[in-house]
Design a protein around this ligand. Structure first.
Ligand code: SF4
Length: 689
């Protein structure tokens, strides 16, 4: 028994299936995963995990893994050596750069990959290739939340940690379903709600699990959150309940903001949102009566045309009531991918260097130019959305994308695929041959987190290390190794031998991370940014000052943008979100046998009223048609959705039934995040039984 035990290896890792950032040990023998063992020392989750963290790892040994580079030959892909693949990238990408200039290439980074990988990818785009056309998939989810925070309080991250959410007297969740999307975080809220008298308000179209538990479930009309939130804020001010002392001392723009609220009367809010005046007053009273309020939000807010403004309205409400800078208060956009926060933090954004310093600031550029020995472009880069448009109008000729299945996850996927066809050269780097890889000229085999080292940053800005469990499968390599090899083909001359060296460089350049180091992150240790030179983190932001030169926050007036609605024949609203068991587009979890066995596919949630009207029942097959495409799906009749509102989980194993066959190319005006949540469809019944 002792012998057997000695062959068992235990390695600490950080979960890659959502932004909560649970950590645990992986027990392995050879390449076999024996079990996942959480620990009381894990800073986020202690001994808890959810089904994905516990059972979602078999994909690393899947036979479908990419183990060799692939090169397109006509309609086929053939295996190649690394040498051949890198030669081809060097000559083709080099050629595009030479012929059409550095800005004719786009770089799409990955919020599934590590902080170090994101850091060197943006360095590759900027310092080696000469372009700021670098973005990551937070563009599809959380950019509006980041913008709302930057406008009002100045930092693009959660204001506190999960401890604050747990200890808050009132938690308001808007357009999110943490019970399925952030399960371990949801457990904390459920516990506090049950045991400590914490109050819970949930605003969501769907009666999800958190809404069922809530003291108040608000079901506003789709896309109208800004209006009820602003009406709650106005009511609080009108009652004289604003946090006068806090506002006087710490906030700018009060007078102008109050004027901007004139329109948000209870009558107007009732008419636009469909909520009753009493419901709106009820929420205002709950905020007033609570000594601490946290607001959590996610894609139900951020995937709309007015998403940045709604995120701003949330921050305005928290400012008016003095709910920043104290334990139990603050704004919490819930990050989806495990490293959405880190990808943005480490600079894979077109206008920001690592640590949210503007590329347009000459002092910032000079600091990096000195360190990197190059001249940086001042030209603001394209975001993901602009890159796709750039292909259409001929500005963008080549793309380098890693750890992202853009053909599935971008809105209006039919259009995106059409654009990929037009690229002169396309590099895709991934663990599996994704839908997007079909359009590539070169596909590079990457290693998932269990086969490399690095750090991830969770939704509460907590940086944690993960360690290598296995050797890379076949000839696959860690993304940072591949990016370095490609960069060196373009004369970078890099010789990073370990991700810790990349982090050390980032920490020396970006003040937000100045005291971050691998030693300080050893084992179960973690750091919450901003991290001072002495290594001390900042679990609660804004205790003394907001992140603006005068230290004061800004109330930022906003207007409501009505959601997109196609013509009347599209009579049903379709909403989308996640399933507990699956991760995003499902390209990892559907390859994990246990999870696939439990939940082999998705379904369309249809209300009891609509099912009766259309004569459908559980298992009926329907076609949904939007102005942009169509899908065929099976029906599940449920009381979670109401009336003419449908719900389709986005985690499908079948690209032909993906929600993004239906969504449009419209977007949030400020950040270009697609309005995935604003779509109407019509339903055709194909099989009733
Ligand atoms: Fe992983 Fe999120 Fe589940 Fe934690 S809650 S185990 S981070 S998927």
């Amino acid at each position: 028994a002792a012998m057997r035990e000695s062959r068992i290896k235990r390695t600490k890792t950080v979960c890659t299936f959502c932004g909560v950032g649970c950590s645990f040990e992986v027990w392995t023998k050879g390449r076999e995963i024996l079990k996942i063992e959480p620990s009381v020392d894990a800073p986020v989750n202690g001994v808890s995990t959810c089904v994905k963290g516990k059972w979602g790892w078999d994909f690393v040994n899947s036979e479908e893994r990419l183990t060799k580079p692939l090169i397109r030959k006509g309609d086929r892909f053939v295996e190649s050596t690394w040498e051949e693949a890198l030669d081809l990238i060097q000559s083709k990408l080099g050629n595009v750069k030479e012929t059409h200039g550095p800005h004719s290439i786009g770089y799409i980074s990955s919020s599934k990959c590590s902080n170090e990988e994101n850091y060197i990818f943006q360095k590759f785009a900027r310092a080696v290739m000469g372009s700021n056309n670098v973005d990551n998939c937070s563009r599809y989810c959380q950019s509006p939340a980041t913008s709302g925070l930057m406008r009002t309080v100045g930092m693009g991250g959660d204001s506190g940690t999960m401890v604050d959410i747990q200890m808050s007297e009132l938690v308001i969740i808007v357009g999110a379903n943490p019970a399925e999307s952030h399960p371990v975080l949801a457990t904390r809220v459920k516990r506090s709600h049950k045991l400590t008298g914490q109050k819970l308000v949930v605003a969501d179209l769907r009666k999800n699990e958190m809404a069922e538990r809530a003291d108040v479930h608000l079901h506003p009309k789709p896309g109208s959150d800004l209006v009820w939130i602003s009406a709650v804020t106005k009511y609080i001010i009108d009652q004289g309940w604003a946090a006068k002392h806090f506002l006087d001392k710490r906030v700018n723009g009060y007078e102008e903001y109050v004027k901007s609220l004139d329109i948000f009367t209870l009558d107007y809010a009732e008419q636009v949102t469909g909520l009753s005046k009493q419901q709106i007053i009820g929420v205002a009273e709950m905020v007033h009566e609570s000594r601490s309020t946290c607001i959590l939000w996610a894609m139900g807010v951020t995937q709309h045309m007015g998403a940045t403004d709604t995120s701003t309205a949330i921050c305005n409400l928290l400012l008016i009531t003095g709910n920043f800078g104290r334990p139990g208060t603050g704004a919490y956009p819930l990050r989806g991918h495990n490293n959405v926060q880190g990808a943005c933090d480490f600079g894979t954004m077109p206008s920001y260097m690592p640590g949210y310093e503007k590329i347009s600031d000459p002092l910032v550029r000079t600091r990096y130019e000195k360190a990197w020995g190059v001249k940086l472009s001042e030209q603001a880069g394209y975001d993901n959305h602009q890159m796709v448009d750039g292909i259409q109008n001929g500005d963008l000729k080549a793309l380098y994308l890693y750890g992202e299945d853009m053909a599935l996850v971008d809105a209006n996927s039919n259009f995106v695929e059409e654009m990929f066809e037009k690229l002169e050269f396309f590099v895709v780097q991934d663990v599996f041959f994704s839908r997007t890889a079909q359009y590539a000229d070169v596909v590079l085999p990457a290693s998932p987190s269990l086969e490399k080292e690095g750090t991830f940053t969770n939704t509460e800005k907590r940086i944690q290390r993960f360690y290598q469990v296995f050797e890379p499968l076949g000839e696959s390599k860690p993304d940072w190794v591949i990016i370095q090899e490609v960069a060196n083909r373009f004369g970078a001359g890099w010789n990073y031998t370990h991700p810790s060296e990349i982090m050390a460089e980032a920490a020396s350049l970006a003040p937000l991370f100045s005291g971050v180091s691998y030693e300080r992150l050893e084992g179960w240790k973690s750091q919450v940014w901003p991290v001072g030179p002495d290594g001390a983190g900042t679990p609660i932001l804004y205790t003394d000052r907001f992140h603006f030169p005068d230290g004061k926050a800004n109330l930022f007036p906003v207007k409501w943008t009505p959601p997109y609605k196609p013509e009347e024949q599209y009579d049903l609203h379709i909403n989308n979100g996640r399933l507990l068991e699956h991760f995003h587009e499902g390209n990892l979890t559907y390859k994990s046998e246990g999870i696939r066995h439990k939940v082999p596919g998705t379904w369309l949630e249809v209300s009891e009223e609509l099912a009766a009207e259309r004569g459908v029942k559980d298992g009926s097959l329907v076609r949904l048609v939007s102005p942009f495409g169509q899908v065929k799906v099976r029906v599940l009749v449920t009381d979670r959705v109401k009336g003419k509102e449908l719900y389709l989980p986005m985690n499908t194993p079948d690209p032909e039934e993906a929600i993004n066959r239906l969504t449009s190319s419209l977007f949030d005006i400020v950040t270009h995040t697609p309005n995935y949540k604003e779509m109407n469809v019509r339903m055709e019944v194909l099989e009733k039984d």
